[in-house]
Design a protein around this ligand. Structure first.
Ligand code: FAD
Length: 459
């Protein structure tokens, strides 16, 4: 019997789509060649955050004297530090398997390939294969690290984010190529663990996509953490030796390190999945173009998540998965990407939603801005984490909040309020007029909203 939906890939796009499909009563199958949870759970969001949490404990111990506590000199047991991350991952993967059982979702372990718009072939590890019929197909095959072939990628000296998560020893020195979100998160982790970290970034600044003032502050704070930044330069040559890697920059400077992490973007998993068999076209980078209902050019074939190259975040993949399934099931759900929180789990954290001041300028909006520093927030000072600020961009005429950037403690949690404000079209005056609990970090959001009208109380 044909499945209502067959989903290729069980990452945060595919597995969430499957659960939504089951909730709506569809007979659904997920084909996953590796482990449920995809990049996010197994090689991305979750393992990195488990490591970030470990470094937070370490930082807390190192700063304990400030609080009148003598915790001695913390000793890192690197294998155990890494093992804890594996335990967190395992627990969450088990949780998804449980949810699949609960919703009676069929899963087949194997590599899926489209044979026609209504049939999928699954090649299994034991060499056998199976064909299933599908009324609708969702492609959720995700992405993998992109590597430049001339950089000597070998998974041991020259690594990607996949292999660095499985190190058994902490490198003494680590060279990171690419100062985007992934590169900066690993820089923070390994610098805290004691590695000598250098980031090489071809753009004039690291984290070039975020608010310029936030990026400048992060550069300063990274340097304070001992991270060396080489911006505005690419790589000329990579030479591997027995004791690590030597990299010549375009500036002529040579940098040596035990290991090199390549974090320069992601490649789409769209080859070999039978797109030619069904007439689904890919874009220049191999991505699958979709409409706002997640349909590809072939009506009953949908694509979600990283393969669509919209915004490469787990929560976007999940939202797209829900949208695809709801459309298949006769509901009318369209994706809207204007309110997507974006978080960087560096120290301190950076989070943003909506537009930045620079984007407002580019769009010809003479936006108003309100900014409030964590230095003036009681709870931040009490926690010993007072670096950073909240910045709100509001429409000059309607006062509607168009975007918020936060650099500071728990920015990734604080951004949720900002996202809701932008989504509901709240004004800066409404946010400022909402009583916020004292003493909390969220007061910085309220005060930044007050600052939009020049009437913040505490600065
Ligand atoms: P994936 O998660 O890549 O899942 C695709 C799945 O499809 C995989 O399990 C794969 O095995 C399977 N597959 C592929 N081809 C086939 C086939 N032919 N047949 C069967 N199965 C197949 N995002 C955030 O929102 N927050 C973060 O903090 C964050 N941190 C990250 C940190 C790192 C180091 C990395 C690399 C990424 C991070 N991301 C983060 C991004 C996030 O992981 C991705 O955006 C998200 O996983 C994309 O989901 P997806 O379902 O599209 O694809």
């Amino acid at each position: 019997m044909a499945y209502k939906i067959v989903i290729l890939g069980g990452g945060p796009g595919g597995y969430v789509a499957a659960i939504r499909a089951a909730q709506l009563g569809a007979k659904v199958m997920v084909v996953e060649k590796d482990r449920l949870g995809g990049t996010c759970l197994n090689r991305g969001c979750i393992p990195t955050k488990a490591l970030v949490s470990g470094t937070e404990v370490l930082r807390g111990l190192r700063n304990s004297r400030e609080f009148g506590i003598d915790a001695g000199n913390p000793v890192i047991d690197f294998p155990r530090f890494m093992k804890r991350k594996d335990q967190v991952v395992q627990r969450l993967v088990t949780g998804i398997n449980y949810l699949f059982k609960k919703h009676k979702i069929e899963t087949v372990k194997g590599t899926g390939k489209l044979l026609s718009p209504n049939s999928v072939q699954i090649d299994k590890e034991d060499g056998s294969s199976e064909k299933v019929q599908a009324e609708n197909i969702i492609i959720a095959t995700g992405s993998r690290p992109a590597v430049n072939p001339s950089w000597g990628y070998d998974g041991t000296t020259v690594l990607t984010s996949d292999e660095i998560l499985n190190l058994t020893e902490c490198p003494k020195s680590l060279l990171i190529i690419g100062g985007g979100v992934i590169g900066c998160e690993f820089a923070g982790i390994f610098a805290e663990l004691g590695a000598e970290v250098t980031i090489v970034e071809i753009m004039p600044s690291i984290l070039s996509g975020i608010d310029k003032e936030a990026a400048r502050l992060m550069q300063t704070l990274f340097k304070k953490q001992g991270i060396t930044l080489k911006t505005g330069t690419g790589i000329q040559q990579v030479t591997k030796g027995q004791d690590g890697v030597a990299v010549t920059l375009e500036t002529g400077e040579e940098i040596r390190a035990d290991q090199m992490l390549v974090s320069v973007g992601r490649a789409f998993n769209t080859e070999g999945i039978g797109l030619d068999n069904v007439g689904v076209k890919t874009g220049l980078k191999g991505e699958i173009p979709v409409n706002s209902r997640m349909q590809t050019g072939v009506g009953n074939i949908y694509a979600i998540g990283d393969v669509t190259n919209k915004i490469q975040l787990a929560h976007v993949a999940s939202a797209q998965g829900i949208a695809a399934v709801e459309n298949i099931m006769g509901m009318e759900t369209e994706m809207d990407y204007t309110v997507v929180p974006n978080c960087i789990f560096s120290y301190p954290e950076v989070a943003s939603v909506g537009i930045t001041g620079q984007m407002a300028e580019e769009q010809g909006i003479a936006a108003k801005a309100g900014k409030f520093p964590f230095m003036a927030v009681g709870r931040a000072l009490a926690a010993g984490q007072a670096e950073g600020f909240v910045k709100i961009i509001a429409d000059p005429v309607t006062d509607k909040i168009l975007g918020v950037t936060i650099v500071g403690p728990h920015a990734s949690d604080l951004i949720a309020e900002a996202a809701l404000a932008v989504k509901l079209g709240a004004t800066a005056a409404q946010l400022a007029g909402t009583i916020h609990a004292h003493p909390t970090l969220a007061e910085a959001v309220m005060e930044a909203a007050e600052a939009v009208h020049g009437r913040s109380i505490h600065i």
